[in-house]
Design a protein around this ligand. Structure first.
Ligand code: FAD
Ligand code: NA7
Length: 537
């Protein structure tokens, strides 16, 4: 019942970020399959095509934010600082596309609107907003986990007479010089924008909901000698990253903070503060910051003291100082708190004086109206499943993805779902929470190995067994329950979107363990050729 030859394409790939691009390379260039790819952007880049806001920077160090599969590409890699700017990453992904001739498989400016599994013929019917429907045996979606934008529905938002932008839809050539700018949101993105534009604008008003714990990023120029040394050790570096937990290029600490003296804690935190890096501060200092409330408080308190030292105005310092857990994706910055010492920057705590509405002139809170020329939404994303729920996805037995995910998005090994045969997700729900390129690579390689196996063995469908999927979700839940992240109220659990179910959307067991699980589980949790295997029983 293998209709392999009767489809328009062997595989459809959606997305032109790291995940989609590498998938097209693996499936088309290595396996020799006939591939059609789509992205709703006008070119490659994904996250780095869309996020052109001022100050956009990686928080993974430069040497660990490319794909690792091609030695020559790694050897040719170049960067200026130890963190990458958005133009540098976009140019890298363009280089990947050129080198492997990937663009010719893409249809850009095209949104996939529905994906139906045709049970009679065992293929996917993929329809786009251009009205085209194509059929394909395999469907690979790399829709991005931080890609569907979140713009809060403030009253009067459409009446604003000035310019308004979401950071992930930033147009080219926005001139903020001499303007009165307001920004809503102080997550990783907001922090970067604030630092970058504060010196350029006439006045910057920051509307902050939840204060953030942020540590210095430690931005510095990287010399040719340093880059050469990295390249000479790349094999070891990738091996270490892929077997570590967060894959940020350092060894996670094995020492609990609660096992050492207060003085030793301070010494270790101070050292990490001086080196820089959010993940390093949270996971490289002590082993229990994300799991033990006492250790978490020690780290949080260290950062609180730093804020008090840096910020001169006591009232601003008070508003900026977080009180809760330090348990979101750890932030780092290049001078965030110090930016509030500028005369042209002011902070509004919208927890204390909530935003009532956006007016033609600006933003009105319960106690004041702020007149603005430009309003920036650094309000984040409907993370992980946000782009999935926008597509009408129907699997076997007419089950829709919405129904499948009624209690929250899930995915076996972060890549597949029961009822959705031959549909592989890159960074789908319940996948690893890490520096992402090595996780993306791990998944794309697993997907292409699986497809290769199926093609070679003339297998028409693969689908997870319900019990395997349930077990994986339970594993993700058990690990999550052992951490403080589940209480941290952020996009990691869907807590940032009003009305979204708060669920465990990640495997928090680390990339090393994830890779081990893929290897150990093999194909045990899958049904191949479901129809044939049911008929055979
Ligand atoms: P994406 O790059 O998000 O690509 C998905 C693409 O799919 C997009 O172009 C989207 O438009 C397209 N798409 C979605 N739905 C459809 C549809 N229906 N039809 C057609 N096309 C569609 N991660 C790190 O590890 N380190 C970092 O330092 C880091 N910094 C980040 C900074 C920012 C500002 C953001 C937003 C994210 C950051 N991330 C970082 C996460 C980043 O998203 C990943 O590292 C990586 O780029 C994801 O690649 P991807 O291919 O999975 O998805
Ligand atoms: P985040 O981390 O989700 O941050 C969004 C920010 O916007 C955060 O400060 C939110 O406050 C704020 N926000 C969201 N909705 C509102 C409303 N309605 N009113 C006021 N403030 C609001 O998104 P980022 O883009 O910064 O970063 C996402 C990831 O991308 C990041 O982890 C990196 O990996 C890159 P809150 O904290 O929810 O109170």
């Amino acid at each position: 019942k293998n209709n392999f030859k009767e489809v328009d394409f062997d595989a459809v790939v959606v997305g032109a970020g790291f995940g989609g691009l590498y998938s097209v390379h693996k499936l088309r260039n290595e396996l020799g399959l006939n591939v059609r790819a789509y992205d709703n952007g006008s070119d490659v880049g994904g996250t780095w095509y869309w996020n052109r806001y001022p100050g956009a920077l990686s928080d993974t160090e430069s040497f660990l934010y490319p794909l690792s599969f091609d030695k020559e590409l790694l050897e040719e890699g170049d960067w200026k600082h130890n963190y990458l700017t958005q133009p540098e990453i976009l140019s890298y992904l363009n280089k990947v596309a050129d080198r492997f001739d990937l663009r010719r498989s893409y249809q850009f400016n095209t949104k996939v609107t529905s994906t139906y599994f045709n049970e009679e013929h065992n293929y996917w019917e993929v329809t786009t907003d251009k009205g085209e429907t194509v059929t394909a045996k395999f469907l690979v979606t790399g829709l991005g986990l931080l890609s569907a934008t979140n713009v809060p529905n403030f009253k009067g938002i459409e009446t604003f007479k000035g310019e308004q932008y979401h950071t992930a839809r930033w147009p080219q050539d926005v001139d903020l010089k001499g303007k009165r700018v307001g920004i809503i949101g102080t997550g990783s993105t907001g922090v970067q924008v604030i630092i970058d534009i504060a010196p350029k604008v006439e006045h910057l008003t920051v509307f902050q909901r939840t204060p953030q714990y942020s540590v210095p990023i430690g931005l510095k120029v990287q010399s040719d000698a340093e880059k050469a040394e990295i390249k000479a050790n790349y094999e070891e570096i990738w091996k270490q990253a892929k077997s570590s937990a967060v894959a940020f290029g350092f060894e996670e600490s094995t020492v609990p903070a609660v096992s050492v003296s207060k003085e030793e804690q301070e010494r270790v935190f101070e050292e990490a503060w001086n080196i820089g890096g959010g993940f390093r501060f949270m996971f490289g200092t002590f082993s229990d910051i994300a799991t033990n409330p006492e250790a978490n408080e020690a780290a949080a308190n260290f950062i609180r003291k730093k804020i008090q030292e840096i910020v001169k105005d006591p009232e601003t310092a008070r508003k900026l100082t977080p009180t809760g857990l330090y348990a979101k994706r750890p932030l780092c910055d290049n001078g965030y708190y110090d930016t509030y010492n500028r005369d042209n920057v002011s902070l509004v705590s919208v927890k204390e004086t909530p935003i009532v509405e956006v007016t033609p002139k600006g933003v009105r809170t319960t106690d004041s109206e702020y007149e603005l020329d430009v309003l920036i939404f650094a309000t984040g994303f409907d993370a992980v499943d946000g782009n999935y729920t926008k597509i009408d996805m129907r699997g076997r037995d007419g089950i829709t993805m919405k129904e499948k995910w009624a209690d929250g998005p899930t995915g076996y090994l972060g890549m597949m779902n029961t009822h959705f045969p031959n549909h592989f997700m890159i960074l789908g729900p319940n996948g690893p929470f890490t520096n992402l390129p090595p996780s993306i690579e791990t998944q794309v390689e697993w997907i292409s190995d699986t497809v290769k196996y199926m093609v070679e063995n003339d297998i028409s469908t693969i689908e997870p067994k319900q019990e395997a999927e349930d077990e994986w979700i339970t594993t993700c839940q058990t690990i999550s329950d052992q951490t403080l992240f589940s209480k941290g109220e952020s996009w990691i659990f869907g807590a940032n979107i009003p009305g979204k179910k708060n669920t465990v959307m990640f495997y928090l067991g680390g990339l090393g363990n994830y890779r081990k699980a893929l290897e150990e589980l093999g194909f045990k949790g899958f049904i191949f050729d479901r129809v044939a295997s049911v008929a055979n029983v």
